[in-house]
Design a protein. Structure first.
Lengths: 309, 372
């Protein structure tokens, strides 16, 4: 008689997942291994950082020192790396030779409205494309992505024809509405929302949260860093937007700062770079302040503690 | 409080031929604590999510208090869920987490406050109400998640493995806490777990699932004593049951040579071979011997099975011996429970006999139970 077969004793212990301590030990190991890179790699890293820093910092530095130079000191050889004598005359020039405050106001209005519309549209469309289920969702998202691929220089001509036909040249809406479309924000925020733990969204739904409450009380607070980054990028882009406002506006009634600064450049045939640089510095300041205010928010992760662990 | 009725509820995921949940019919009484248990991927969580409205139903229906839930949104079902990951809102304090649902339901501020305070008292969270989830321990988060469910006083609690992220000791204490809480509140509860100890100790009834199909729904005792098939028999019980496929001749099954007489009606239903199952405590030691595989005769005169011990697990109050029948070393292990004072060592040979009336007999081809 052959040995009887045993059909089903399940006595193997369940395989336990690695304990938290083990996982932490693993992390430490990989962290320490990254600290033990060779001196060559470290040097290369620092060289790379320095090169990147110089590429960014030198032009910026040059703009700032030039804004404090007297006209005669700007075109000298060898280059003068420190303003001597330093003057604030250029700053005075900016505010008197062009209606700087008008341009500044226009910039604030255009940037403020466009950014707000873009951020709101971006968040709402991303919410729909990530957290609501409806037929054709994937196709809508593909169309949005396709829109991201079209450079806006291509749409400029048809947009111009349309807006001019509507009689919107030299109006705020003429500048703002064509700029208010968002593909980038939708894309960025959608991916952010998809990365949120699904169980928290489900918990909120079971807790009776409607779509707006879900977005406002649960989804956005967890997406704060991404939202801040998206907002900052949007504001900087709108603040620096040149081509479209330049086409849409003829003078200080609606033209923003970047367009206004070019007026400085061409005022008297020969470009006087001092006031142009001073204007550039003044245009940079609000964005710099905004960045300093928001950068802490950007790095602060808010999902900590939501799930197990 | 409510009754829940699954009426051939089915869920098929797109791109899969097999249903994740296959025509489950399950009647859950008002105030009952029902545990859904099964191995990973058996569809137990999906079943729970269907009840909560987080998964659509592709066939059949689910009734809560006699009302078909088809098309009812999760937020309108009045079902509270405790997730495995707890799913607390990280931006809110423990108190805000618990108050969120009441807030959405437009419950007055004072009512909300008193309900949160009451839940906090029950769950011993009073001191932690102002903390955010990030600064709570795993056990505390679990209690906040429980609190979030109980402040709502919902029709049904759904719990999806709420204890699986706790350490062993906390799990045991929380287990009894949840069971006690459920008794006290009397809210119908569906509890999903893969841990059969949780299933056996917490539920009024336990539903065993396998591959999306319901195997058996019964009280823990019935499930242990009368498993309907070999799957349930081997899933329930720790250490698990020993199942041996055996030939049947003239109403007697031969288990590694040990003659196990079958009852007449059982023998009548059995074909040429059956699967015989023995729980670890169903064996009795009848004195050591060096008997051969075909059943030695001990001094009691009863045929016994000689087992060569290859593992002893001592738990203090009792111990379990795993061994293979002498002469059938390639066969898998037989598990025997020993009393506290019986000492055996690896390599020893013991003779065991099964207790009368504690033998489970299953059909060899279908795995269904034949014995009563």
């Amino acid at each position: 008689m052959s040995a009887p077969a045993i059909v089903g004793t399940i006595d193997e212990p369940p395989t336990a997942p690695p304990s938290r301590r083990e996982r932490r030990a693993d992390q430490n190991r990989s962290e320490s291994s990254s600290h033990n890179r060779g001196p060559l790699m470290t040097t290369a890293g620092y060289v790379g950082m320095t090169v990147a820093l110089l590429i960014v910092a030198v032009p910026l530095f040059w703009i700032i020192i030039t804004s404090f130079k007297e006209r005669g000191d700007i075109y000298v050889r060898p280059a003068q790396w420190w303003p001597n004598p330093a003057t604030t005359e250029n700053y005075h020039d900016v505010t008197t030779r062009i209606p700087f405050s008008n341009y500044f106001r226009n910039s604030l209005i255009i940037t403020g409205v466009t950014s707000t519309v873009k951020i709101v549209l971006g968040v709402i469309s991303a919410y729909a494309l990530s957290l609501l289920r409806f037929p054709g969702r994937g196709i809508v998202f593909l169309v949005v992505i396709a829109a991201l691929m079209v450079p806006n220089q291509i749409t400029v001509i048809s947009n111009y024809a349309l807006v001019a036909q509507l009689g919107w040249r030299n109006t705020y809406q003429g500048i703002i509405i064509p700029l208010a479309g968002v593909a980038f924000g939708t894309f960025l925020m959608r991916n952010q929302f998809l990365s949120l733990p699904g169980e928290i969204i489900e918990a909120a739904r079971l807790d009776g949260a409607g779509p707006l409450k879900l977005l406002w009380k649960v989804v956005l607070p967890m997406s704060w860093p991404t939202l801040v980054a998206f907002s900052l990028i949007t504001v900087v882009n709108e603040w620096n937007e040149y081509l479209w406002p330049f086409l849409m506006s003829d003078d200080e009634r609606v033209a923003p700062l970047p367009v206004g600064l070019t007026q400085l450049q061409n005022n008297d045939g020969v470009t006087n770079w001092g006031p142009v640089m001073a204007g550039t510095v003044l245009a940079m300041v609000p964005i710099l302040v905004l960045f300093l205010v928001l950068q802490r928010q950007m790095i602060k992760g808010l999902t900590a503690g939501a799930l197990k662990g | 409080m409510a009754t829940v009725y699954f009426d051939e509820a089915t869920r098929r995921f797109a791109g899969h031929d097999k249903s994740a949940v296959d025509s489950i019919t399950l009647d859950i009484a008002d105030g009952e604590f029902l545990v859904l248990v099964g191995p990973s991927g058996c569809g137990k969580s999906t079943t729970l999510r269907m009840l909560a409205g987080l998964e659509p139903i592709n066939g059949g229906r689910i009734l809560v208090d006699g009302h078909d839930q088809q098309g009812v949104r999760p937020r309108d079902r009045d079902i509270a869920m405790v997730f495995q990951s707890y799913a607390l809102y990280p931006n809110m304090t423990a108190a805000q987490n618990m108050a969120f649902a009441l807030d959405n339901a437009k419950v007055s501020k004072s009512e909300t406050k008193s309900r949160v305070a009451e839940a906090a008292k029950i769950l011993e969270l009073d001191e932690l109400l102002d903390r955010k989830p990030g600064s709570l321990s795993g056990g505390q988060r679990q209690r906040v998640a429980m609190g979030r469910a109980i402040v709502r006083n919902p029709k049904v609690f759904c719990m999806d493995e709420p204890l699986s992220n706790l350490d062993a000791k906390l799990r045991v204490s929380t287990r009894s806490q949840i069971a006690g809480l459920q008794r006290r509140l009397g809210i119908t509860t569906v509890y999903v777990t893969h841990d059969q100890v949780e299933a056996m100790t917490m539920g009024h009834r336990v539903a065993v699932l396998r591959d999306g199909r319901l195997q058996q729904v019964d009280t823990p005792e019935r499930l242990y004593d009368h498993p309907v098939n070999t799957f349930v028999a081997s899933f329930i019980g720790s250490p698990s049951i020993t199942l041996v496929e055996s030939k049947v001749e003239q109403g007697v099954a031969s288990v590694h040579g040990l003659a196990v007489p079958l009852q007449r009606d059982v023998a009548a239903r059995a074909g040429g071979s059956v699967v015989v199952g023995f729980r670890p405590e169903s064996w009795r030691i009848v004195g050591a011997g060096d008997g051969a595989g075909d059943g030695a005769r001990s001094e009691t005169g009863v045929e016994s099975l000689a087992i060569s011990v290859d593992l002893v697990e001592s738990l203090g109050s009792e111990s379990f011996v795993y061994g293979r029948p002498v002469g059938a070393e390639e066969a898998s292990r037989v598990t025997v429970r020993l009393e506290k004072r019986t000492h055996l060592r690896v390599g020893d040979v013991v003779n065991v006999v099964p207790n009368q009336g504690e033998v489970h007999v299953f059909d060899a081809s279908t795995g269904d139970r034949i014995s009563d």
